[in-house]
Each structure stands twice: as structure tokens, then as C-alpha cells.
Design a protein around this ligand. Sequence first.
Ligand code: SF4
Length: 349
Amino acid sequence: LAWYAEHRRDLPWRGERDPYRIWVSEVMLQQTQVVTVIPYYYAFLERFPTLADLAAASLDDVLKVWEGLGYYARARHLHAAARRLVADHAGRIPDGYRALRRLPGMGDYTAAAVASIAFGEAVAAVDGNVKRVLARLEAITDHVSQSTTTRRLRALACHLLPSDRPGDFNQALMELGALVCTPQSPTCPACPWQDDCRGRAAGIQATLPRRRARAALPHVTVTAGVIRHTDGRVLIAQRKPTAMLGGLWEFPGGKCLDDEPLTDCLRREVREELGIEIEVGQRLTVLRHSYTHFRISLHVFECRFVGGEPRAIDCADWRWARVAELDDYAFPVTDRKIVALVQGQEARG
Ligand code: SF4
């Protein structure tokens, strides 16, 4: 705690007492670096200053503000939880770990972080940073992904947690992991636990925590079409709410079957998704992107609308949108690049 008082970074959510704002920061910080989160944190709270404002907003508006931050299920769950709290709990955020844990998208870590930081409940918040610090502190050499190891680390975190300042302690441990006990090369001489650290004493700290080698991410070939109407508008489709990237908009297309030619894939996918026929023209670009469990090569084609009336067969909704209007919709990062490309084409005439 003394180290934290002296060395902690001055972040926008430090010292925050409002549970809603703490919750937003903790959700945004999952799997995402602080420097990336800061502008989104400000923009989100400016647009939705209170839980009631968030609950009253449309999911489209929430996703638009979240656009580019990734892991969009976080935004959908946050929005759903806000609506549930307004509908069933008079807009009040529960002040205990157990009640928080029952909200949509509220995992062990986030519930513990909000309960301890906002309400002073003595519950340990164990994220990747904390696991790393504790695995090194106790020289735990078992794989951290094993449930027995997770339980052991959680028990250790609970054992260390002081009952009087649990929120500060949780944040201190995370900050130590972020600033000193970093993944590649921990700066042990700057660490307040250097004399107690068993990993350091054994000289194995940099090899901890142990993880199983990750299998290479599977690769998927995907197509997308910039389908133009005769009046210059382009067709966009909204992903189903339960799908990955649910609720976001995209250029129609989808995954290629084994050995399927790209243009055949695109025509088939557009027919299955929207019930229309297209003519596939030249390839505009190939975008590569890695998600958590797979990576894609997205082949983007210029297309001409040939016939049929679009219907939301395998998507949530669709629009013929003017190029200038595309900025009003929330797109995943790859489709946002296609938007930039299409807008660049239009600017050049
Ligand atoms: Fe991490 Fe080194 Fe501190 Fe141990 S002494 S907790 S390895 S920074």
C-alpha cells in the first residue's frame, strides 16, 4: 500500500467513488491496455454520464461509442446490465460481490473489483497481473491455466487482502504487475516485495507464470463485398445480436468453404444472408486480422447489385447507406478499414 501511494499512475478512474464509473473502467480494462482505454472512458462517460443514461440509450449508440475498443460483448453486457438494474432495482448498482456477480457479463474479477473499490468489500480481484505477481511471489511453477492453480492463487490473494483497504490493495497489486512485475522482465530491485519473493530468490521469476504453449491460431478465409446500388449507395448488414461482434454493422459476405473460389463464396454468402444477387468485380484489398481464437484474411471485392429485394435472412438488419452516412454506424475494425477505403474512393471521385 505504501508503494502504491507513492508510485501509482494518475489515471482518470483513480480515486473514483461512483460505482457506475468504476464499473465502466473495469469493464473497459479487461484485455485492453490503459493507454487505449483512457479516451474511450472519457467519451463513454460524456455520452452516458449515469447508469440511467446508459439504460435509456440504444444498443447501436452504445456500440458506436465502443467502436474500435474490441470485445464488443463487454458493451452489450454492460448495456443489458444497466437496463436490468433500471428495470428491477430502481437503477441502483448492488453493493455486494454476490449480487454484482449475477449481472450480465459480470465475471469474478469485475464483480470483485467493483465491490472492493466502490463499496470496500474485502474480496480479492484476481486478474492476469495479480496471477503473475503472486505466482512469482510464491514461486508457483504449476501451469496457471489449471483450475487448481487458479484456486491456489485466489486463496493466496484472499489471504493477503487487508480488510480495511481492500480496494486500494487490489489496485496496488494490479499496479505492481503493470509497472514493476511485468511479463517479460520484472524490475525486482524496484519491487517492495523483493526480499520476500520466492521466485526471485530461486532466480526463476522471469519464467513464471508457466503456461501451456498455445496452439497456432486457425486461419479462416473470408470475403466481403462493397455492393453498390445504381445511385451509389452501398449495402451494409447488421450482425445478429448473439453472434460474435453482435450488433455491429459490416459489409456483407462470409467464410469460404473448403477450396471454394472467393467470388463464388461471396455470391453465395450474400444470397444466403440477404437474398439478393450480385456481380462480383475487382478485388479492392485483403485485410488480415487476429481475434482471440482465430485469424482471418478478409478479401474485399467491388460488387454490383443485380437483383432481388434485400431481406434480413441471416443478419439482424440491413441498409442501403450513402458513403457519407457510414460514419453513423458501428463497424468492427476490419470493416472500418473498408469504410475508409470506400470514403477515399469517393473523395477522389
Ligand atoms: Fe515480481 Fe520481482 Fe517483485 Fe518478485 S521481486 S514480485 S518477481 S517484481
